[in-house]
Design a protein around this ligand. Structure first.
Ligand code: GLC
Length: 821
């Protein structure tokens, strides 16, 4: 019987053109245990090692021929895992490894894997015919694909939010004006979720060669992933909640450090603001129009002939003076840096890079060169610790001039005149002493550049949190840098795509993301720009940008009506900053992104499997931006439970679909009952004035349930928060018969903000004012409408808005506000 099966298999394989060249893992010959959590299986020339890292996380390494190379990962940072109690059972037909959350069954003949949940149900299994295979240097695994399984993640991918029925490649590529069909793009994050019946698993393929994922394109009933070379090294995560998976994944590969607060303000960019007088014009353009902005970017033309770390002598004769002036106006300056160093013996960075041996070379020792903006360039080998250090040191001059934002571009790397548009694949990298080819290091080049940049900024400015922005990266790159989605297009399709891309990037581990607002290439209509800016309010990186030789795209370039709308939109970003900063701080601790797809938060709700037109921002806000031309209403699907319109306070029953008015200028936002959104006054930039008052917009809790929201604050720029110099408290909303209560916990952490008031807006209180308002049991006086001073206490009632506003001084101890009906 067995030999009959094998014969059939051999016949089927030979008959399948794609499969003919692949050899799949044969029967297991032997196995050996390595420590309490590892087992190695040998099957013919193939070998596979399983390591249990956590109850819900197992690592598989499959190779053939020479065995496993040194175990070095650019992504993985968690080295030591607590020992897991895994039960191993060796039976004649299969070896099983069981933890409290997951069972891996290794069938022995042939070697095939299936992951099962504690009840024994299959979560994911190798396709019986192929399983783990190799062909020459390539490695690949095929897995069965249930018809109702959905796929998400994969990092930066254009096109649809759901990633089934697609073939995707991971190979960092510079593709300006990409379309929904373009693949690959700039970043490689080989991590995805499979979701079915509300339950999710995750897979991270940690291989830096060109990798690919075929999600049912080759055959509808199976998917596969693999690499052109190296080890089939993947991690299997079981949730079943997507949040659990992302928490584990980011424990494995690291999380975003808390960004400086100014980087969460509005950012303005274009290719290029030049000369310096134009930069001044833009800066005063914001201030004179009262449109808030924190960051101005200098694109490539600030440099002398595109030589990195230089200034153009005519266009920017006095960079220190300019940057001092900008700082005085409240702007932080960010500059672009590309990896290509112009081959020019009169150029200091070229000379020192060459002398230090920091540039990429062919195996025969000759320098690799290729053309980018400056002409012929050499390229630093960011995989060498010494080159990273050299690179970081080059920033000294820019930092001394006052630059604080480091925009890393062209780091796929993009090379214009070389076939393949990147470094020759045979060029050698140091690879921390392993001396490997560009084919292996291509996908990490951008990430290692951001690492060199981030570490350089840390050394040069130790008291400040660096802000690095990158186009290319690899899994884990968020430890060093925020990312934007490259050279998009001014179109409505790209607006929708920007959202879907940011959502997938977020659940792939990169929380600090954004797309060029308005679209990089082309010119948006006033309406498109306004709607894009609205999406930007709840995109962590809120940056407008434009290609060269294009009409101006600043927020005031679309006529006065749109200028007013755009000002209000950016004002909203600043009003929400206390909430946004709180969410970003939580992201840095948990790995959960700020922007979350509905299906990620509600995997069991079948309405959300394909939903990408609305999303959660943190736990307490649902955003439903208008993404289509001419639309003045928006249809939103509310999750189960009770909700409120953020603006009107109107209560809405969840589990239903609503079509709400969304005239131009309006961003539909919804808040779960009981949530409290911390807000602040409008400022022109984050450093203009301390938060005062801290406004708490609180929505009534429902059904007597207590609802807890969180608040985080610190000095916004230093690392003191790491030592507990922060200000953390919770807001608990409760409704008991006859009373509405909001409790502020005592402050945790030692950060002391400047003295301020707290203005609590009790939204949807009712048609009548409260009969009594107390703070910690003491009566708060009624104030005349609008007279409540910031330092004093008093409450007022806004009857049309059905809102009670209570003003009290902020204090560090617990505060309980109670409103009696
Ligand atoms: C690339 C970048 C773009 C930048 C341009 C000039 O196209 O993606 O953002 O403006 O180069 O530096």
């Amino acid at each position: 019987m067995k030999s009959g099966c094998t014969a059939l298999l051999v016949f089927l394989c030979a008959a399948h053109p794609l499969f003919a060249q692949w050899r799949s893992a044969p029967a297991v010959d032997s196995l050996s245990r390595s420590g309490p959590a590892g087992v190695t299986f040998r099957a013919g020339e193939a070998a596979m090692t399983v390591t249990v890292l956590a109850d819900d996380l197992m690592r598989i390494r499959f190779t053939h021929g020479t065995g496993l190379p040194p175990d070095r990962s650019r992504a993985v940072v968690a080295a030591a895992w607590p020992t897991v109690q895994a039960v191993m059972n060796d039976a004649p037909d299969a070896f099983t490894i069981t933890t409290s959350a997951l069972t891996l069954r290794v069938a022995k003949n042939p070697l095939r894997l299936s992951f099962r949940d504690p009840a024994g149900a299959i979560i994911s299994e190798d396709a019986p015919a192929k399983g783990m295979s190799w062909s020459g240097s390539e490695v690949r695994v095929w897995k069965t694909m249930p018809g109702d399984e959905r796929y998400y993640g994969f990092g930066e991918k254009a096109g649809s939010f759901e990633r089934g029925n697609l073939h995707m490649t991971m190979w960092n590529s510079d593709i300006p004006a990409y379309s929904a069909q373009t693949d690959p793009l700039y970043q490689t994050i080989p991590f995805f979720y499979g979701m079915r019946n509300g339950r999710a698993y995750g897979i991270f393929l940690d291989n830096t060669y060109r990798t690919s994922f075929d999600m049912g394109k080759e055959a509808r009933d199976q998917y596969s992933f693999g690499a052109e070379d190296g080890v089939l090294d993947y991690y299997f995560f079981y949730g079943p909640a997507p949040r659990t998976i992302l928490g584990r994944f980011t424990q494995l590969v690291g999380r975003m450090p808390l960004p400086p607060r100014w980087s969460l303000g509005y950012q303005q960019c274009r290719w290029s603001y030049t000369p310096d007088s134009r930069v001044r014009e833009i800066a005063s353009g914001f201030r004179s129009r009262r449109i808030p902005c924190d960051v101005i970017y200098l694109d490539i033309d600030y440099m002398d002939g595109y030589r990195i770390f230089t200034w153009h002598p005519k266009s920017f004769p006095d960079p220190e003076g300019l940057l001092r002036e900008l700082k005085g106006m409240g702007f932080t300056t960010a500059v672009i840096v590309d990896p290509g160093i112009k081959v020019d013996t009169a150029y200091a960075a070229y000379r020192s890079g060459l002398a230090g041996g920091h540039f990429l070379r062919y195996p025969d020792g000759s320098l690799f060169t290729g053309k980018v903006w400056p002409g012929v360039c050499a390229f630093p080998d960011f995989t060498a610790p010494a080159a990273r250090r050299w690179w970081g040191d080059q920033f000294a001059g820019l930092a001394a001039a006052g630059v604080r934002g480091w925009w890393n571009d062209m780091n796929e790397p993009s090379v214009f005149d070389v076939p393949g548009k990147t470094v020759d694949l045979g060029v050698l990298h140091d690879d921390e002493g392993l001396k490997t080819t560009h084919a292996k290091n291509h996908n990490i080049y951008g990430m290692e550049m951001t690492r060199a940049t981030y570490e350089g900024a840390r050394r040069l400015l130790p008291a400040e949190r660096p802000f690095v922005l990158t186009r290319a990266s690899y899994a884990g790159g968020w430890r060093y840098s925020a990312a934007w989605t490259g050279d998009n297009v001014s179109s409505w399709e790209h607006l929708s795509m920007a959202l879907a891309m940011c959502l997938n990037l977020g659940i792939s581990g990169q929380p600090f993301v954004g797309a060029d607002i308005g679209g990089f290439i082309g010119h948006p209509s006033g309406e498109l720009f306004a709607r894009w800016l609205q999406l930007g309010v709840l995109t962590p990186l809120m940056r407008s940008h434009s290609v060269i030789n294009e009409k101006n795209k600043e927020p005031w370039e679309y006529g006065s009506a749109f200028t007013d709308i755009n000002r209000e939109t950016i004002n909203l970003r600043y009003r929400l900053l206390p909430y946004i900063y709180t969410v970003m701080s939580a992201s840095s601790l948990s790995g959960l992104p700020a922007m979350r797809p509905m299906v990620f938060e509600h995997p069991g709700d079948a309405r959300f499997t394909s939903t990408a037109g609305q999303f959660m921002f943190g736990d307490d806000m649902l955003a439903a931006p208008v993404l289509a031309e001419g639309e003045t209403t928006k249809t939103v699907e509310l999750p189960h439970g009770r909700w409120h319109d953020f603006w009107t306070g109107k209560a809405m029953n969840g589990g239903a679909t609503y079509t709400v008015p969304a005239p131009i200028g309006h961003l539909p936002l919804f808040v779960p009952a009981g949530a409290t959104i911390p807000m602040q006054q409008i400022v022109q930039h984050t450093g203009e004035a301390p938060i005062n008052p801290l406004t708490l917009r609180t929505f009534p809790s429902h059904d007597g349930k207590a609802y807890i929201s969180h608040y985080y604050e610190d000095d916004g720029s230093s690392f003191a928060y790491v030592d507990g110099v922060s200000f953390r408290r919770t807001f608990t909303a409760r409704s008991v018969p006859g009373q509405v209560v909001l409790s502020l916990s005592g402050v945790e952490g030692s950060y002391v903000p400047p003295g301020r008031g707290v203005a609590v807006q009790f939204v949807d209180f009712g048609a009548d004012p409260p009969s009594r308002v107390t703070l910690n049991g003491m009566r708060v006086a009624k104030a005349a409408r609008g007279s409540g001073s910031i330092d004093g206490s008093g409450w007022e009632f806004d009857a049309p808005a059905r809102t009670v506003i209570v003003r009290v001084p902020d204090s560090r101890g617990p505060m309980e506000l109670a409103l009696s009906r």
